[in-house]
Design a protein around this ligand. Structure first.
Ligand code: ADP
Length: 246
Protein backbone atom coordinates (compact mmCIF):
# COMPACT_ATOMS: atom_id res chain seq x y z
CA UNK A 1 0.00 0.00 0.00
CA UNK A 2 1.24 3.49 -0.82
CA UNK A 3 1.58 5.77 2.16
CA UNK A 4 0.00 9.22 2.03
CA UNK A 5 3.03 10.72 3.76
CA UNK A 6 6.33 8.93 4.21
CA UNK A 7 9.07 10.73 6.11
CA UNK A 8 12.51 9.14 6.49
CA UNK A 9 15.27 10.31 8.83
CA UNK A 10 14.26 13.96 8.64
CA UNK A 11 16.44 16.50 10.41
CA UNK A 12 15.78 20.24 10.45
CA UNK A 13 17.41 23.18 12.23
CA UNK A 14 16.60 26.90 12.38
CA UNK A 15 20.19 28.16 12.41
CA UNK A 16 21.79 26.49 15.44
CA UNK A 17 18.46 25.40 16.90
CA UNK A 18 17.70 21.77 16.05
CA UNK A 19 13.93 21.47 15.69
CA UNK A 20 13.73 17.88 14.37
CA UNK A 21 16.27 15.14 14.88
CA UNK A 22 16.08 12.01 12.74
CA UNK A 23 12.29 11.73 12.55
CA UNK A 24 10.79 8.91 10.47
CA UNK A 25 7.10 8.14 10.18
CA UNK A 26 4.53 7.21 7.63
CA UNK A 27 0.84 8.00 7.47
CA UNK A 28 -1.50 5.62 5.67
CA UNK A 29 -4.65 6.43 3.72
CA UNK A 30 -7.58 6.80 6.09
CA UNK A 31 -5.47 7.44 9.19
CA UNK A 32 -6.53 10.07 11.71
CA UNK A 33 -3.15 11.02 13.14
CA UNK A 34 -2.85 13.17 16.25
CA UNK A 35 0.50 14.98 16.30
CA UNK A 36 1.34 15.98 19.86
CA UNK A 37 4.26 17.28 21.88
CA UNK A 38 5.02 20.19 24.22
CA UNK A 39 5.22 23.81 23.03
CA UNK A 40 8.20 24.28 20.75
CA UNK A 41 8.66 20.54 20.22
CA UNK A 42 8.68 20.78 16.42
CA UNK A 43 5.06 19.91 15.55
CA UNK A 44 4.43 22.81 13.18
CA UNK A 45 7.90 22.38 11.68
CA UNK A 46 7.19 18.71 10.98
CA UNK A 47 3.83 19.52 9.43
CA UNK A 48 5.40 22.20 7.23
CA UNK A 49 8.02 19.69 6.07
CA UNK A 50 5.27 17.18 5.24
CA UNK A 51 3.48 19.82 3.16
CA UNK A 52 6.60 21.04 1.37
CA UNK A 53 6.55 24.46 3.03
CA UNK A 54 9.98 23.75 4.55
CA UNK A 55 12.77 21.60 3.11
CA UNK A 56 14.53 19.28 5.55
CA UNK A 57 18.30 19.56 6.05
CA UNK A 58 18.54 15.80 5.54
CA UNK A 59 16.20 12.89 5.05
CA UNK A 60 13.39 12.35 2.54
CA UNK A 61 9.70 13.15 2.21
CA UNK A 62 7.30 11.29 -0.09
CA UNK A 63 3.70 12.36 -0.70
CA UNK A 64 1.23 9.87 -2.15
CA UNK A 65 4.14 7.65 -3.18
CA UNK A 66 6.21 10.33 -4.92
CA UNK A 67 9.24 12.31 -3.76
CA UNK A 68 7.91 15.67 -2.63
CA UNK A 69 9.91 17.63 -5.22
CA UNK A 70 8.11 15.69 -7.98
CA UNK A 71 4.69 15.98 -6.35
CA UNK A 72 2.30 18.06 -8.44
CA UNK A 73 -1.13 17.31 -7.00
CA UNK A 74 -1.37 20.09 -4.46
CA UNK A 75 -5.17 20.06 -4.73
CA UNK A 76 -5.13 16.72 -2.88
CA UNK A 77 -3.93 18.47 0.26
CA UNK A 78 -5.93 20.84 2.46
CA UNK A 79 -4.08 22.82 5.10
CA UNK A 80 -5.69 24.82 7.87
CA UNK A 81 -2.89 26.79 9.48
CA UNK A 82 -2.70 28.10 13.02
CA UNK A 83 -3.34 31.62 11.73
CA UNK A 84 -6.63 30.63 10.13
CA UNK A 85 -8.69 31.37 13.25
CA UNK A 86 -7.28 34.82 13.90
CA UNK A 87 -6.73 37.74 11.55
CA UNK A 88 -5.81 36.11 8.29
CA UNK A 89 -8.92 36.86 6.31
CA UNK A 90 -7.69 39.95 4.54
CA UNK A 91 -9.01 38.77 1.17
CA UNK A 92 -12.21 40.68 0.44
CA UNK A 93 -13.98 37.56 -0.82
CA UNK A 94 -17.16 35.90 0.31
CA UNK A 95 -17.24 32.44 1.80
CA UNK A 96 -18.82 31.07 -1.38
CA UNK A 97 -16.11 32.64 -3.54
CA UNK A 98 -13.40 31.31 -1.28
CA UNK A 99 -14.79 27.79 -1.48
CA UNK A 100 -15.26 28.01 -5.26
CA UNK A 101 -11.56 28.87 -5.53
CA UNK A 102 -11.00 25.30 -4.39
CA UNK A 103 -12.11 24.26 -7.89
CA UNK A 104 -9.43 26.32 -9.65
CA UNK A 105 -6.89 23.51 -9.29
CA UNK A 106 -9.13 21.43 -11.55
CA UNK A 107 -10.50 23.89 -14.08
CA UNK A 108 -8.31 26.98 -14.12
CA UNK A 109 -9.39 30.45 -13.10
CA UNK A 110 -12.67 31.93 -14.33
CA UNK A 111 -13.79 28.73 -15.99
CA UNK A 112 -16.07 27.33 -13.34
CA UNK A 113 -18.94 25.26 -14.68
CA UNK A 114 -22.30 24.73 -13.02
CA UNK A 115 -20.94 21.41 -11.78
CA UNK A 116 -17.96 23.14 -10.15
CA UNK A 117 -20.30 25.57 -8.44
CA UNK A 118 -22.45 22.69 -7.28
CA UNK A 119 -19.44 20.85 -5.84
CA UNK A 120 -18.49 24.02 -3.96
CA UNK A 121 -22.05 24.41 -2.63
CA UNK A 122 -22.05 20.79 -1.46
CA UNK A 123 -18.79 21.40 0.38
CA UNK A 124 -20.40 24.36 2.18
CA UNK A 125 -23.29 22.11 3.10
CA UNK A 126 -20.98 19.35 4.36
CA UNK A 127 -19.23 21.65 6.81
CA UNK A 128 -22.51 23.32 7.81
CA UNK A 129 -21.94 26.93 6.69
CA UNK A 130 -24.36 27.27 3.78
CA UNK A 131 -26.08 30.06 5.70
CA UNK A 132 -22.84 32.05 5.78
CA UNK A 133 -22.08 31.74 2.06
CA UNK A 134 -22.55 35.43 1.26
CA UNK A 135 -20.56 36.76 4.21
CA UNK A 136 -17.01 37.89 3.73
CA UNK A 137 -14.37 35.52 5.04
CA UNK A 138 -13.01 38.20 7.36
CA UNK A 139 -16.43 38.65 8.99
CA UNK A 140 -16.53 35.07 10.23
CA UNK A 141 -15.67 33.85 13.71
CA UNK A 142 -12.58 31.70 14.07
CA UNK A 143 -14.51 28.45 14.10
CA UNK A 144 -16.61 29.44 11.08
CA UNK A 145 -13.48 30.40 9.19
CA UNK A 146 -11.93 26.99 9.90
CA UNK A 147 -14.98 25.41 8.34
CA UNK A 148 -14.72 27.67 5.30
CA UNK A 149 -11.11 26.60 4.73
CA UNK A 150 -12.08 22.96 5.13
CA UNK A 151 -14.92 23.45 2.64
CA UNK A 152 -12.43 24.92 0.18
CA UNK A 153 -10.24 21.83 0.63
CA UNK A 154 -13.27 19.58 0.08
CA UNK A 155 -14.18 21.52 -3.06
CA UNK A 156 -10.70 20.88 -4.39
CA UNK A 157 -11.26 17.18 -3.60
CA UNK A 158 -8.43 17.04 -1.07
CA UNK A 159 -7.94 13.60 0.44
CA UNK A 160 -5.42 14.76 3.04
CA UNK A 161 -6.38 17.42 5.57
CA UNK A 162 -3.72 18.89 7.84
CA UNK A 163 -4.85 21.08 10.73
CA UNK A 164 -2.62 23.00 13.14
CA UNK A 165 -4.44 23.64 16.43
CA UNK A 166 -7.68 24.36 14.60
CA UNK A 167 -9.80 25.16 17.64
CA UNK A 168 -7.63 27.72 19.43
CA UNK A 169 -10.02 30.49 20.45
CA UNK A 170 -13.10 28.44 19.54
CA UNK A 171 -15.74 27.94 22.26
CA UNK A 172 -16.26 24.46 23.73
CA UNK A 173 -19.56 23.73 22.01
CA UNK A 174 -18.33 24.72 18.53
CA UNK A 175 -15.19 22.78 19.25
CA UNK A 176 -17.09 19.55 19.86
CA UNK A 177 -19.09 20.10 16.69
CA UNK A 178 -15.88 20.78 14.82
CA UNK A 179 -14.30 17.54 15.98
CA UNK A 180 -17.45 15.64 15.04
CA UNK A 181 -17.05 17.11 11.54
CA UNK A 182 -13.44 15.87 11.43
CA UNK A 183 -14.61 12.42 12.51
CA UNK A 184 -17.19 12.26 9.74
CA UNK A 185 -14.69 13.48 7.12
CA UNK A 186 -12.30 10.78 8.30
CA UNK A 187 -15.12 8.22 8.11
CA UNK A 188 -15.65 9.26 4.49
CA UNK A 189 -12.02 8.32 3.76
CA UNK A 190 -10.11 11.58 4.19
CA UNK A 191 -6.73 11.22 5.89
CA UNK A 192 -6.34 13.67 8.77
CA UNK A 193 -3.26 15.06 10.51
CA UNK A 194 -4.21 17.07 13.58
CA UNK A 195 -1.93 19.12 15.81
CA UNK A 196 -3.80 19.67 19.06
CA UNK A 197 -2.52 20.59 22.51
CA UNK A 198 -5.44 18.99 24.36
CA UNK A 199 -4.23 15.41 24.73
CA UNK A 200 -7.68 14.21 25.79
CA UNK A 201 -9.15 15.39 22.49
CA UNK A 202 -6.38 13.67 20.58
CA UNK A 203 -6.68 10.33 22.32
CA UNK A 204 -10.49 10.48 21.95
CA UNK A 205 -10.47 11.29 18.24
CA UNK A 206 -7.25 10.05 16.65
CA UNK A 207 -6.57 6.43 15.81
CA UNK A 208 -2.82 7.04 15.48
CA UNK A 209 -0.58 9.19 17.64
CA UNK A 210 2.80 10.69 16.83
CA UNK A 211 4.39 12.17 19.93
CA UNK A 212 7.47 14.31 19.34
CA UNK A 213 9.88 16.52 21.16
CA UNK A 214 12.57 17.19 18.56
CA UNK A 215 12.86 13.40 18.35
CA UNK A 216 9.98 11.04 17.75
CA UNK A 217 8.94 9.39 21.04
CA UNK A 218 6.04 7.35 19.78
CA UNK A 219 4.20 6.58 16.61
CA UNK A 220 1.49 3.96 16.61
CA UNK A 221 -2.11 3.37 17.46
CA UNK A 222 -3.75 5.32 20.24
CA UNK A 223 -4.12 2.34 22.60
CA UNK A 224 -0.41 1.54 22.50
CA UNK A 225 0.36 5.22 23.07
CA UNK A 226 -1.88 5.45 26.13
CA UNK A 227 -0.21 2.37 27.59
CA UNK A 228 3.31 3.61 26.84
CA UNK A 229 5.54 6.07 28.73
CA UNK A 230 5.95 8.22 25.61
CA UNK A 231 3.84 11.08 26.95
CA UNK A 232 5.79 11.60 30.16
CA UNK A 233 9.09 10.99 28.36
CA UNK A 234 8.40 13.52 25.64
CA UNK A 235 6.89 16.15 27.93
CA UNK A 236 9.45 15.46 30.65
CA UNK A 237 12.20 16.30 28.20
CA UNK A 238 11.28 19.99 28.51
CA UNK A 239 10.24 19.81 32.15
CA UNK A 240 6.56 20.33 31.38
CA UNK A 241 4.35 18.45 33.80
CA UNK A 242 1.20 17.08 32.27
CA UNK A 243 -1.46 15.26 34.24
CA UNK A 244 -4.23 15.22 31.75
CA UNK A 245 -6.57 12.28 31.67
CA UNK A 246 -9.75 12.31 29.74
P1 ADP B 1 5.56 23.48 18.01
O1 ADP B 1 4.71 23.55 16.80
O2 ADP B 1 5.66 22.10 18.58
O3 ADP B 1 5.19 24.48 19.07
P2 ADP B 1 7.60 24.58 16.26
O4 ADP B 1 7.77 23.61 15.16
O5 ADP B 1 6.79 25.80 16.01
O6 ADP B 1 7.07 23.83 17.57
O7 ADP B 1 9.04 25.07 16.75
C1 ADP B 1 10.08 24.16 17.08
C2 ADP B 1 11.28 24.94 17.60
O8 ADP B 1 11.83 25.73 16.55
C3 ADP B 1 10.95 25.90 18.74
O9 ADP B 1 12.04 25.92 19.61
C4 ADP B 1 10.81 27.21 18.04
O10 ADP B 1 11.14 28.27 18.91
C5 ADP B 1 11.81 27.11 16.91
N1 ADP B 1 11.37 27.86 15.72
C6 ADP B 1 10.19 27.73 15.07
N2 ADP B 1 10.13 28.57 14.02
C7 ADP B 1 11.30 29.23 14.00
C8 ADP B 1 11.86 30.22 13.15
N3 ADP B 1 11.20 30.70 12.09
N4 ADP B 1 13.10 30.67 13.45
C9 ADP B 1 13.79 30.20 14.50
N5 ADP B 1 13.33 29.26 15.33
C10 ADP B 1 12.11 28.77 15.10
Amino acid sequence: MTSVVDIRNVTFAYGEKIALDDVSLSIEAGDFLGLIGPNGSGKTTLLHIMLGLLTPDSGSVDLFGRPIDEFDQGERIGYVSQQATSGGGTMPVTVRECVRMGRFAHVGHSRLSDTDRQIADEALETVGITGLADRRINQLSGGQRQRAYIARALASEADLLALDEPTVGVDAESRDAFYRLLDSLNDSGITIILIEHDIGVVTDRADQIACINTKLYHHGDTESFVESDALSEAYGATGTVVHHHH
